[in-house]
Design a protein around this ligand. Structure first.
Ligand code: ADP
Length: 491
């Protein structure tokens, strides 16, 4: 059964159950009260007797009883004296009737006394009870009887109380009960509306959201409208949607990256392979006729194969970076000696590429950093190879300035070239994987856009920072910041 149907049923139950109970109580009241009147007062009248009226009447009867015992019986036959006593009861809408063979005192001339006396005489009702209920012609009455003996004759004093003002009619009670039931029903309907708003609406929203997700649509927003449990549930649902969306976008990006990578690799491999094939054909067809020419061809073939080897190596390393599985071997590295060695290694390579290396290292010789020497070497090598790749062909010689200095607890490594530079719009993206600027594309230098993303990853894994500054046509400067190792601190 659906929740909304259950809610409707519960609310209907809330209306119907009290309604049935109230109706049953009313019916019982209708049956029971007349029966109580019949047993207590011997009356068939079905009016409901108000219990407070009876109590009040009992009090008046007690008062009368008291008066009778205190007075001489003869005085009770004296209309003058009875009139005084009658005054006392008139205040309470009651009056006396004196009876001795006939009515000798009438406390209220306007009452239905004829009728009352006829009724009283017509039955022996006062034999076993002290009060009676009588529905007179014009009013309902409660009548009590006190007997006394005077001069050997038995006389009766009746206390007659008009209770018309005190007995609410059944119709009035039913009217009031109906109003209460209607109010209850109205309240329940309002409650049903509130429940629907509180439960059914958020449930519907959640259901629609879940269906959208099941259909693969994650482009919507679930805004919690309340701070109750439903609000929390919607908040958690929204969080889940955002995560799923992020994952889906990530997967899409990954798939796109993979496509770009495959296309870049094919291009990067194709270029040296075509060159190698060309040179091999040159040797085979005898174009390289002299031994000197052949050696030149072979050297070029070797260099191209070496490029391919480096590319494959970089790709293998990239897959480690991509899956966060770079095997680091951290150790304490003396900054001065480490970069001096780098300089020694780079100088002949750069010399062969017609590059000048300007090297400055002002760091104290016993200053250490914690790092993986091999991976830091990869960082420098990638940056230097970019400087070579993106050299300015118009300049006679390329130039790289490698400067290392200490600033407080930081080592700053600057690598500046005089290459083609990077356009201002490309600068923020050069560390993104697969990003290649238009300039570098048109330079036809090859490149797959992963070199600097690897550099950034390694630097960050050393808790360092890297940033780039560049002026197109003038050159590019990359700065790396690494923390100095301290005896009692950390890297
Ligand atoms: P790629 O394999 O394309 O060189 P990188 O991640 O190493 O990939 O570099 C990303 C992009 O940044 C390059 O395509 C190039 O446009 C630019 N770039 C990097 N270093 C330099 C540099 N020294 N001079 C000019 N442009 C550079």
């Amino acid at each position: 059964m659906r929740l909304s149907t259950k809610l409707v049923l519960v609310t209907l139950g809330l209306v119907i159950v009290p309604l049935v109970l109230l109706t049953a109580s009313l019916l019982l009241l209708r049956v029971y009260r007349p029966r109580a009147l019949r047993t207590d007062y011997g009356q068939e009248d079905t009016n409901i007797m108000n219990i407070n009226v009876i109590r009040r009447f009992d009090a008046l009867m007690n008062q009368l009883r008291q008066e009778i015992t205190e007075r001489e019986p003869e005085t009770l036959l004296d209309p003058q004296q009875l009139s005084e006593l009658n005054e006392v009861f008139l205040k309470d809408k009651a009056y006396l009737l004196g009876y001795l063979e006939e009515c000798y005192f009438n406390g209220d001339a306007a009452g239905d006394n004829e009728e009352i006396l006829g009724y009283i005489q017509g039955q022996e009702a006062f034999e076993d009870r002290d009060k009676l209920y009588f529905a007179g012609l014009s009013h309902p009455y409660l009548i009590g009887c006190q007997r006394f003996v005077s001069g050997g004759r038995q006389a009766s004093l009746y206390l007659v109380c008009d209770v018309s003002g005190s007995l609410p009619s059944v119709t009035r009670i039913i009217f009031l009960v109906t109003i209460s039931v209607l109010a209850l029903a109205g309240g329940s309907i309002v409650m049903l509306g509130w429940l629907r708003l509180k439960f059914a609406k958020p449930m519907k929203q959640l259901q629609t959201a879940a269906r959208s997700i099941a259909e693969g649509n994650l482009d919507f927003e679930l805004v919690p409208e309340s701070d109750d449990e439903f609000g929390e549930l919607m908040g958690t649902f929204e969080e889940m949607r955002q995560r799923l969306k992020m994952n889906a976008e990530e997967r899409l990006r990954y798939e796109q990256d993979s496509k770009i990578l495959v296309s870049n690799i094919s291009h990067d491999l194709k270029t040296p392979i075509t060159a190698i094939k060309g040179y091999v054909e040159g040797i085979r067809d005898g174009v390289a006729s002299s031994p000197e020419k052949q050696r030149k061809y072979l050297t070029t073939i070797y260099n191209k194969a070496d490029d391919m080897d480096k590319l494959v190596d970089q790709l293998a390393f990239y897959s480690l970076v991509d899956t966060d599985r770079v095997p680091y071997h951290f150790t304490k590295i003396p900054v001065r000696a480490y970069f001096d060695d780098c300089r020694d290694e780079l100088t002949p390579e750069l010399e062969a590429q017609e590059f000048d290396l300007i090297y400055e290292n002002t760091v104290d010789k016993d200053v250490l950093i914690v790092g993986d020497p091999e991976q830091l070497h990869r960082v420098i090598s990638n940056i230097v190879s970019n400087s070579v790749k993106y050299r300015n062909r118009n300049a006679a010689r390329g130039q790289i300035r490698l400067s290392v200095r200490q600033e407080r607890e930081m080592i700053l490594l600057e690598m500046e070239d005089n290459g083609i530079g990077i356009d201002r719009k490309d600068l923020p993206y050069i560390f993104d994987r697969f990003y290649r600027s238009d300039l570098s594309r048109s330079a036809a230098t090859g490149g797959n856009g992963i070199g600097l993303s690897i550099v950034k990853k390694i630097v960050e894994d050393h808790s360092g920072r890297i940033w780039a500054e560049s002026s197109p046509g003038k050159g590019t400067k990359l700065t790396i910041e690494l923390r100095v190792w301290e005896e009692n601190g950390h890297e």
